[in-house]
Design a protein around this ligand. Structure first.
Ligand code: LRH
Ligand code: MN
Length: 426
């Protein structure tokens, strides 16, 4: 199943007049306020977010999983579904694979399909948080940090195999997230666990192709509930620095204890040239992996405000990897991802409306009220006509969710795939 440009155009026809009215009004007032609207549209069109291959079916928790039917059961079908997202939103032009959940069976065929759908292969993810059948060693007590050299070597070799898979697909980054840690005081020697992890990451780093990056993802807890070896940005930064210039920190928005100031972490990592990328999602309590912008949209805006400032002022920081990492327990996975893509574009567009020069001046003057006024002036602007215009420019839908439903995409997928297909992943 795919959604054609013609189908999208036919749907758009119903919304064109209303869109042009709201767009022209907004573009006019933004231009009057000195904004370069064409530049903003170009930035939005160029902004491509990688879709997680592990989040195209219904997610679940230990308490239950409720399928959505018509789920993709092969990597080919997953790429097709990302193709549908990209046709409608024009901002889902990449996929992030998780190995071994999504090992390609035919590299040539999967690359051709991705090329046809204009989908790039972003970072590949290793998995040393589950034991594979017939695996010689178990990761029950950790992987790269494990007290057993044999277990660490198995985990290192897995990461080198993942790099090899990514290399065949044109990926340029490896994301390492470790479940490693402990659930009871006294269980781990923290120093040994951290040093083992550093030494293991250095062996993996030495296997990185010249033009690749290593992205070290941190998380405070789960599945271990007393300590996690790579628990926060500081641990990740130290490990990345311990590896070398091609190693960076990956910020998963859900991997922070309540009320953590994530935008400050983002600012400092950019200043140090060590911010590698994001796993976008939202959360109220823990690593809830909810729809981006569904719980804390202002916090997301503040993060993008730091990103816009950093992209302008921190040439020492590399181009960032933009990825979603979510789990869909009760929403149609494709609708959930469309809403996340919209929220990311909205936060970015609003952040591009912040008058950074005036803000810096007000900060220098400690004019606290003006600082907030400048931020909220941008945040309170309804930028949705800009997002729609950016999509229209490249043949996307004015209203992606609306078109997805009116084109009965899920019903089509169920017709094609039936009700019993299960997608690999979380
Ligand atoms: C861990 C995580 C990590 C993954 C996994 C699917 O919580 O965020 O990025 O590998 O989710
Ligand atoms: Mn993640």
């Amino acid at each position: 199943m795919n959604v054609t440009k013609q189908q999208i155009q036919d749907e758009n026809k119903k919304h064109l007049d209303a869109h042009h009215n709201s767009y022209n009004y907004l573009a006019d007032s933004l231009t009057k306020n000195g904004h370069n609207v064409d530049h903003i549209l170009k930035q939005l069109s160029d902004f491509q977010v990688a879709i997680p291959s592990w989040a195209l079916g219904a997610g679940g928790t230990r308490f239950g999983r409720f399928s959505f039917y018509g789920e993709p059961s092969t990597l080919e079908q997953k790429i097709d579904d990302i193709g549908i997202l990209h046709s409608l939103t024009q901002t889902a032009g990449a996929v992030s694979l998780h190995i071994p959940w999504d090992i390609p069976s035919d590299y040539k065929a999967i690359k051709e399909k991705a090329d046809q759908l204009d989908i790039k292969f972003d970072a590949v993810n290793s998995n040393t948080f589950q034991d594979q059948t017939n695996a010689k060693e178990s990761y029950k007590f950790g992987s790269l940090s494990n007290t057993s050299k044999a277990v660490r070597d198995q985990a290192i070799q897995h990461n080198l195999d993942v790099i090899d898979i990514g290399n065949k697909l044109g990926s340029k980054a490896l994301t390492v997230w470790l479940a490693d840690g402990s659930s009871f005081p006294g269980q781990n020697n923290f120093q040994t666990a951290f040093q083992n992890t550093q030494d293991s990451l250095i062996e993996i780093y030495q296997g990185l192709p010249q033009d690749w990056k290593l992205l070290v993802e941190y998380k405070p807890y789960e599945p271990n509930f007393y300590s996690t070896v790579i628990q926060d940005w500081g641990a990740s930064l130290m490990l990345a620095n311990g590896c070398g210039d091609k190693a960076y920190t990956l910020v998963d928005l859900g991997h922070h204890l309540p009320n953590t100031n994530i935008e400050q972490i983002v600012a400092i990592l950019q200043l140090k040239g060590k911010l590698g990328g994001f796993h976008f999602n939202d959360s109220k309590y823990g690593d809830d992996d909810l729809t981006v912008g569904s719980i804390k949209p202002y916090a997301l805006f503040l993060i993008f405000n730091e990103l816009v400032y950093g992209i302008e002022n921190n040439p020492q920081n590399p181009d960032l990897a933009w990825m979603i990492d979510a789990s869909h327990n009760i929403k149609d996975p494709l609708e959930d991802l469309i809403q996340s893509l919209e929220a990311i574009q909205e936060a970015y567009a609003k952040a591009m409306l912040v008058d950074q020069v005036a803000l810096k001046a007000a900060q220098m003057d400690n004019d606290v009220v003006k600082c907030q006024e400048l931020l909220q002036e941008a945040y309170r602007t309804d930028v949705r006509p800009l997002l729609a215009a950016a999509r229209l420019q490249t043949g996307g839908a004015i209203n992606p969710i609306n078109s997805y439903r009116l084109l009965s995409v899920r019903d089509q997928l169920i017709k094609e795939r039936g009700k019993n297909t299960i997608a690999t992943g979380l």
